[in-house]
Design a protein around this ligand. Structure first.
Ligand SMILES: Nc1ncnc2c1ncn2[C@@H]1O[C@H](COP(=O)(O)OP(=O)(O)OP(=O)(O)O)[C@@H](O)[C@H]1O
Ligand SMILES: [Mg+2]
Length: 273
């Protein structure tokens, strides 16, 4: 695996600068890998209480029913991510008023621990328009109330850019009314495919671990066939060398361009997603 943070070097600066921001990129680019890895590092370094939660399980329902589930999800993920002194309060009475529950809960959590909270909301665009709007409104309210304790940074992570979020809300429902869903200045970052160099580095890792080489034109063919798409590069390399039906299992045999073309055909046959 390539060091995920290097793919978005600005991200630590945004957090240090107390920004709220968006990370958007196509499927299987490495968003989740990056933010989960970064959350763990930030927490382990002892500077922040950083957590990634996925909104994917809250796809259905109205804010009134989703918000309590969301708080419970956050609480339960936090239990595993943090030592006792950094954990958020029990959900308890916070859910009594679901439309401000998230805001109040984040106030309470941020105010009760000694480190700033950093929150990554993954799969942000999987929730319905009204739920997303409610989340955004509560985050905005909390943000504008700072320096009252509230998360230092929040990132919404998904497929769409900030400006597209508005579209998900039906025309007859309320929107936040600006191009920014937070109604505050928000940075928007994106991630792209691996470049030739990164593909080569990833393949070199395999060589370092196993001794098995990739011939230069094999590397070039892998880059050419995958366009550097992170999932595809891994899938192709896996089919070549580590899958149970890998075509070059013998570590003494270097991977050639021919092998790559054969592996590509097998992958197409397998039609994994
Ligand atoms: N840093 C990395 N180094 C090498 N491969 C990576 C890296 N990050 C991601 N990948 C590859 O890309 C795949 C997809 O990663 P991930 O699930 O993080 O993407 P995603 O953008 O969150 O996808 P989705 O939009 O479907 O949620 C991984 O299974 C892995 O094969
Ligand atoms: Mg993901």
């Amino acid at each position: 695996m390539l060091p995920p943070e290097e793919r978005l070097p600005q991200i630590r600066e945004l957090i240090a600068g107390k920004h709220y921001f968006i990370i958007h990129a196509p499927r299987q680019i490495g968003k989740t890998t990056l933010i989960r890895n970064l959350s763990r590092s930030l927490t382990a370094e002892g500077k922040y209480a950083a957590l990634t939660i996925s909104l994917e399980s809250f796809m259905e329902g109205e804010p009134e029913s989703v918000m309590p589930q969301l708080l419970k999800g956050l609480w339960s993920d936090a239990k595993y991510a943090f030592p006792a002194e950094l954990q958020p309060p029990k959900v308890g009475e916070f859910v009594d008023d679901p439309l401000i529950a998230l805001r109040e809960y984040l106030f309470a959590w941020s105010g009760s621990i000694r480190l700033p909270v950093v929150l990554f909301l993954d799969e942000a665009d999987s929730v319905t328009g009204p739920v997303l709007l409610s989340i955004l409104r509560q985050l905005r309210d909390g943000y504008t109330a700072r320096p009252k304790p509230f998360p230092q940074s929040v990132a919404l992570v998904g497929l769409k850019d900030v400006r597209d979020y508005k579209i998900q809300v039906r025309p007859d429902t309320e929107t936040l009314g600006t191009s920014s869903p937070f109604n505050i200045k928000v940075e928007s970052l994106t991630m792209g495919n691996f470049g030739r160099e990164e593909v080569a580095r990833l393949l070199h890792q395999h060589t370092e671990e196993t001794g098995q080489r990739f011939e230069p034109d094999a590397m070039e063919e892998i880059f050419h066939q995958t366009g550097g798409q992170p999932w595809l590069v891994n899938a192709l390399a896996n089919q070549l060398t580590t899958h149970y039906s890998a075509i070059v299992k013998d570590r003494a045999v270097p991977v050639t361009r021919e092998h790559v073309l054969t592996a590509k055909e097998i992958l197409i046959e397998r039609r994994d997603t």
